[in-house]
Design a protein around this ligand. Structure first.
Ligand SMILES: [Cu+2]
Length: 127
């Protein structure tokens, strides 16, 4: 009786665990960042190297998203969206700003953490 219950439980656990996204090493998709007056949403960004970042200006005025130190970013008018790709092999924590005059002072800053752990469990080593 105890054995049957244990087997049943194990089967149930397997069903719960197996369908979880495949666990590949590729990013799940683009990281979406929204810009409004005067903030990035979210302002605590997590990405993996080589991941695409899609920026949407949901505000009423022009905004930019610049990753300080990476030389990556976009500048967008209201309602526009554009994406860029983070460099492969680069990790670390970067400051993100909108360089439209006055916007940093108004609080339009964020933090971007690029890490290989950002998309879930580390992929198994191969070779
Ligand atoms: Cu701005």
């Amino acid at each position: 009786m105890g054995v049957a219950a244990a087997v049943g439980l194990a089967a149930l656990l397997a069903l719960v665990i197996l369908p979880s996204d495949g666990g590949g090493s590729r990013p799940a998709g683009a990281l979406e960042v929204s810009m409004v007056e005067m903030a990035f949403v979210p302002d605590d960004l997590h990405a993996s190297p080589g991941q695409e970042v899609e920026v949407i200006n949901d505000g009423a005025v022009r905004h930019s998203l610049l990753v300080v130190g990476l030389g990556k970013g976009v500048e967008l008018g209201p309602g526009q969206r554009q994406s860029f790709t983070l460099p492969e092999g680069t990790t670390g924590t970067y400051r993100v700003v909108c360089d439209i005059p006055g916007h940093i002072e108004a609080g339009m800053v964020a933090t971007l953490t690029i890490s290989t752990a950002a998309v879930g469990p580390e992929p198994p080593e191969e070779g």
